[in-house]
Design a binder for this molecule. Sequence first.
Ligand SMILES: [Zn+2]
Length: 474
Amino acid sequence: MQNSEDIWNRVDAHRTAFEALSDRVWEMPELGFLEHRSAAEHVAMLEQQGFRVTTGIAGIPTAMVGEAGDEGPVIAILGEFDALPGLSQEAGIAEHRPRAGEAAGHACGHNLLGSAAMLAATAVKDWLAANGLKGRVRYYGCPAEENGAGKLFMVRAGAFADVDIALSWHPAPFCAVNNAVSLANVAIDFSFAGRASHAAAAPHLGRSALDAVELMNVGVNYMREHMPSDARIHYATLDAGGVAPNVVQAHAKVRYVIRARDLTELHPLVARVRKIADGAALMTETQVTARPVSGMSNLLGNTPLEQAMHDNLARLGPPEWDAADRAFAREIQATLRDDDIVSAHRRFGLPVNRDEPLCTTIVPLDYQANGGIGSTDVGDVSWVVPTAQIRGATYAIGTPGHSWQLTAQGQSPLAKKGMVHAAKVMAATAVDALRNPALIAQARADHAARTDGNPYVCPLPDDVPPALDMALGR
Ligand SMILES: [Zn+2]
């Protein structure tokens, strides 16, 4: 039943331009907060489509909002455009081959994510104008989802203060309403300062910052046994103190990401990790400083909006794949392990089907997800605005997130079909809300009930600025 509605025709009318935008962003993969060229592409497209554009939201050069329409309710559609380090890959092939001279890659499909969100906003803008209705639609261009939590800073700066509902999506193997479960997290850089000395001639005079990092890691690894079961802690060494083993390392730095079900569970874990850092400094007679660089809240669901998105998914049906789409998806699947394919189905509560390489169903609204849980900075938006998201089928079932296989599919016809499909669901849901104020009222009431006695508390203190250099490991 594809394209039986006016709003879907309006999405189709712009699809070529937005597929090209997605392709251009794929070609220039940029890391979080450094997405200057990608953001410029998004700003140019917003201007070309006649949106009123504001850039530099929350002091972030690559954050933007484009607005259209007058008065009435405000519908936000959230987009992203950051890439990942080390996941460079040629497009359209099913073998691992990084692009020459390119380290980063769109291995989470954010080239599609941002383009579909703006495509939906554009169709809604046209629909508002054609129907002469009061109402505003905004595209939020949100930087650094992968590492820097751009949306948290946009929320903290009040960019969502007058928004009625927010909609978004994420590339996925299946079409489904997003299960609104994600982990809250905080990222903290721990820098240790010691004293250099000749490691053979005067070791007693040195105090090793690298020892402190190692002892901290050991301490945290012992802590893991004594955490809530959904909590996660990861670390990456940003500075090991240099390349000379015969110099006692005077400086070293480690980045920690601490995750938990919600902020109430997260904060005590963060305090324990900080104690371990202090302990490592005490043991090694070094000094430690802790710099929070990012944080994200867990997602809050919204039943009326999720129902509305599901109804639109059900009316639209899954994307219409052709033989070439299936053939490419099968080639990609041949590079995966059977485990990948099995767990992709389980994650969406589906029976394992090895015959279909692409999504041919709409996952039921009440599916029981079975698998690991990540984090997203959409979480912070969801605490201040009723928010719902879908997952849109854009890649072969079983493709791991953040893999070369995902980068490889980012410019494929099948990915673009999924992207346009997701735009249609978001646009139709926005139109539902603009046509039917009761939906917005229900979404607000649901949100109020979920936050009653439990208001939003930003996971980062007000004086922590966006870590614009975070992707550089500084
Ligand atoms: Zn992503």
